[in-house]
Design a binder for this molecule. Structure first.
Ligand code: SF4
Length: 346
């Protein structure tokens, strides 16, 4: 279960004993800067290309592709070597191109509004399997440059902590991606947030909050029973205090549950001391889904209430709504609840 993107310079040098250093440089440049397959690295001798292809096959096989928004949003289902499946979404905007990657096949967090959580956990991904999603997206995006990576696909990134931090480090070191362009989301594993704060990693943290009272959050996001809102706030303060970086709260708007004036006030009370930025996610109504997304007028009203309360708000563009990049919102298609995504602009 490895990918060529799991391998370091030392790994290649050890395995390809006798291959000169400049060839290793060409391999790494081909993988990381040019997003090439080994067979496309024409600066390498044919025999070496063939050897690399045979000995380090890609870990991901693309088994389904869906495009919406006139091709500006693409979602892939990848099958891994052991048969596990994951999904990845590429979203092109005027000013940036973003890929949303999975860090686990399935998820153990069991959030009640999320099909991935309801389907359970299969396994952690390796760093190479995550990085290969980025490379695939970068190849597809070309000639536009892939600018942003968000860890908001299947899985809880901080439950696969070592892999997530390795991926961040390698994206920074090998692809030169900067802090503003890497966002890790979490449902709120408080000790992992505190550990992450101490790593000095160049990333943005997005906490999937969704409700700001324990009674409701216990049901919606079960990890809240272990790390409740007070405990989470301690970790968030640690993050902000240590990293001096902006914190975001993700808020998927669910009709009647968290789109009310009371819910807005709870969010303001919780988020204001942290000066958190609020990302509102209009949910896409899905048959068989246990919750219903708020109407767009409710979304706008809610955004107005938060802004009037003094926090900054972004409402996710609805054009990617049919394959929304919220944590776990991508999964229902892979689970067969919808065989196909609507291929249309929204
Ligand atoms: S919302 Fe995210 S953390 Fe929660 S079950 Fe879904 S994938 Fe896991």
């Amino acid at each position: 279960m490895t990918s060529p993107y799991d391998l370091s310079r030392e790994d290649f040098a050890t395995h390809l004993d006798g291959v000169p250093n400049y060839r290793i440089n060409q391999i790494l440049e081909g993988l990381w800067q040019q997003d090439r397959r080994f067979s496309e690295m024409t600066s390498l001798p044919l025999a070496l290309r063939t050897q690399l292809e045979e000995e380090f096959p890609l870990a991901l096989t693309m088994t389904s592709e869906v495009a919406t928004d006139a091709g500006e949003t693409m979602k892939w289902l990848f099958t891994l070597a052991d048969g596990a499946t994951i999904e990845t979404v590429l979203m092109a905007y005027q000013d940036r191109v973003t890929v949303c990657v999975s860090t686990q096949a399935g998820c153990a967090m069991n959030c009640s509004f999320c099909a991935t959580g309801q389907a359970g956990f299969t396994r952690h991904l390796t760093a190479g399997e995550v990085l290969e999603q980025v490379a695939y997206a970068a190849r597809t995006a070309a000639p536009r440059r892939l600018s942003n990576v968000v860890f908001m696909g299947m899985g809880e990134p901080l439950a696969n902590y070592d892999v997530t931090t390795t991926v961040v480090k390698r994206l920074h070191a090998e692809r030169g991606m900067s802090a503003r362009h890497l966002t890790v989301s979490t449902v709120g594993i408080a000790p992992a947030i505190e550990r992450l704060a101490g790593e000095g990693l160049p990333l943005t943290l997005a906490v999937s909050l969704h409700v700001a009272n324990d009674a409701q959050r216990d049901k919606l996001v079960p990890i809240n029973r272990r790390y409740n809102l007070d405990r989470l706030a301690v970790a968030c303060h640690e993050w902000v205090g240590t990293t001096n970086r902006r914190l975001s709260f993700e808020w998927a708007l669910i009709a009647g549950l968290n789109d009310t004036p009371e819910a807005a006030q709870e969010l303001l009370d919780y988020a204001r001391p942290l000066q958190a930025h609020i990302n509102l996610i209009p949910l896409n109504p899905t048959p068989g889904y246990p919750v219903i997304g708020s109407s767009m007028s409710k979304v706008r009203n809610f955004a107005d209430m938060i802004e009037a309360g003094g926090l900054t708000v972004t409402t996710r563009a609805t054009r990617g709504r049919s394959i929304a990049a919220a944590c776990g919102q991508l999964a229902e298609v892979t689970r067969g609840k919808r065989a196909r995504l609507p291929v249309s602009s929204q």
